[in-house]
Design a protein around this ligand. Structure first.
Ligand SMILES: [Zn+2]
Length: 274
């Protein structure tokens, strides 16, 4: 599943070809995404310039004159930019093309069709899919004071807490596991007991692990037009995730695994404390 770093990598990969250019045509081959694609979308987008492509959580926001196109990659979606010299044969999972007046074409491919392409006339942040979201993990309003304030009001496991998009967006299972290891915090620790020093370490760790994944994704950008970028987490050495039974890279004790909120949780019982 594309996580926040892959979505950010996609944004950085496509934006240079598309931003500042106008849409000449939209081709919808299959409307059946997570929600049906608005049949008026081609007419709405025609001749509109894309002023910028932003990211909020795992949504890409294409700001146009009269509104914003929200695009989510779902479980298996990906984006490519094709130019007019490439063969335009569409595969069966190539559900949507947005053609620009500079000859480039944004192609959305999604075998499982859990993605979303939604038009809104309202400011994007007020859309029901976005309005409840917590801060971006890499922006200044996500800091130890914020995390502590939210944590002390709750009695939930810290891992479930940081994976809650209303607290902070974009911390998926892999990144939560790795960040808690880096901060020395047990995934089952109850939020109300979080200390200030732990909140500081945890914010640093979340930012480090996501920042590193985005930087790793960035190394595939030069190939973005022709091929699929490797997810950022393949490019970095995982400390605990998917390493049950293997030695901790810090202390050598075997990494342990348990089920938590229906997700696999990996941790080192020596390095991570309750
Ligand atoms: Zn350890």
């Amino acid at each position: 599943m594309p996580e926040l770093p892959e979505v950010e990598t996609s944004r950085r990969g496509i934006a240079p070809f598309l931003v500042g250019h106008s849409i000449s045509e939209v081709i919808v081959r299959d409307h059946r995404l997570r929600w049906p694609v608005n049949p008026d979308l081609p007419a709405i987008l025609a001749q509109q310039p894309v002023h910028q492509i932003r990211r909020r959580a795992k949504y890409l926001l294409f700001d146009c004159n009269t509104g914003t196109l929200l695009l989510h990659l779902g479980m298996s979606g990906r984006l490519r930019v094709l130019d007019s010299h490439q063969p335009l044969y569409a595969d069966k999972h190539d559900h949507l093309d947005i053609v620009f007046d500079n000859g480039y074409r944004l192609r959305y491919t999604d075998p499982r069709r859990f993605g979303a392409v939604i038009w809104t006339y309202e400011p994007a942040e007020q859309h029901p899919l976005l309005s409840h979201l917590g801060p971006e993990p890499l922006e200044a309003d996500f800091d130890a004071d914020y995390l502590l304030e939210k944590a002390t009001k709750r009695q939930v496991a810290i891992k479930t807490f940081i994976m809650n998009a209303e607290i902070v967006v974009g911390v998926g299972n892999i990144y939560a596991s790795e960040a808690l290891f880096m901060a020395g915090i047990h995934p089952k620790m109850i939020t109300a007991t979080l200390k200030r020093i732990q909140a500081l370490k945890l914010v640093d760790a979340i930012q480090a692990v996501l920042g590193k994944a985005i930087a790793a994704g960035g190394t595939t950008l030069r190939d973005f037009r022709d091929s699929e970028g490797n997810p950022g987490y393949f490019a970095q050495e995982l400390k605990v995730y998917n390493r049950a039974g293997q030695g901790c890279r810090q202390c050598g004790h075997p990494i342990e695994l348990f089920r938590q909120a229906n997700r696999a949780s990996y941790f080192c019982p020596v390095c991570q404390r309750l």
